[in-house]
Design a protein. Structure first.
Length: 219
């Protein structure tokens, strides 16, 4: 059952005024006397002092918050250009920036060239097609390229004799995830596909060559 006394203060203010006014005007009809209303009158006096003070304090707090927010916005607007100037100044050290409590920009750590090599496996299940799978020499049992590598460079030579060196190779592709499927012309059937690979970093730095892998091209 809902309480007859309103919860919100503003509603309570209207209700209590009506309650006390009617009761005082109709004491006899209600079977009341002035002493019966004495504690009510005392309570109303306390409320009529406290409630307006509270309303004034709330309004003052709202105004104070608005003034605070506006002052902070103006303050921050003055700070930011100065900080941009300090950030751009070559004479302001990182230590001084840290002491000021402003951002100390971190220089990215160079990735450097890969140091490991791909481990190649060639699958020859389809005619004129080979599937190249590769893992990393540091973690040969786990799929995936090493940390910091963009992908793998794939080079090959098609023929009957292995390449004597990298000058005999042709570039095939950069692959970012195994496997890589190679397709061949019918004229290549029966020849060997010699494959070399090496990891490449996002900045284009290349790691060492893998061991050569080779497999005949199925006709």
């Amino acid at each position: 059952m809902a309480d007859y006394i309103p919860g919100p203060d503003a509603s309570f203010q209207v209700w209590q005024t009506q309650f006390v006014t009617y009761a005082n005007a109709n004491l006899a009809a209600l079977g009341l006397t002035a002493p019966d209303m004495a504690p009510i009158t005392a309570g109303q006096t306390g409320w009529n002092t406290a409630f307006p003070a509270h309303v004034a304090a709330v309004n003052a707090a709202k105004l104070a918050k608005q003034n605070k927010d506006e002052a902070r916005a103006a303050y921050v607007a003055a700070i930011r250009p100065l900080v941009r100037r300090l950030q751009a100044s070559p004479q302001v050290t990182d230590g001084e920036k840290a002491a000021l409590g402003i951002t100390v920009r971190q220089e990215p750590t160079p990735i450097g060239p890969p140091t490991t090599t791909p481990v190649i496996a060639i699958e020859c299940g389809n005619r004129l097609q080979q599937t190249l799978r590769f893992t990393d020499s540091a973690t040969p049992g786990r799929k995936g390229k090493p940390a910091g590598a963009l992908g793998v460079e794939i080079w090959n030579k098609i023929g009957t004799t292995p390449p004597a060196g990298e000058n005999d190779l042709r570039f095939v592709a950069v692959d970012t995830s195994a496997p890589y499927v190679m397709n061949f012309d019918s004229a290549d059937a029966g020849k060997n596909n010699y494959v070399w690979m090496r990891w490449i970093s996002p900045t284009g730095e290349r790691g060492p060559w893998s061991e050569q892998a080779a497999a005949p091209i199925a006709a």
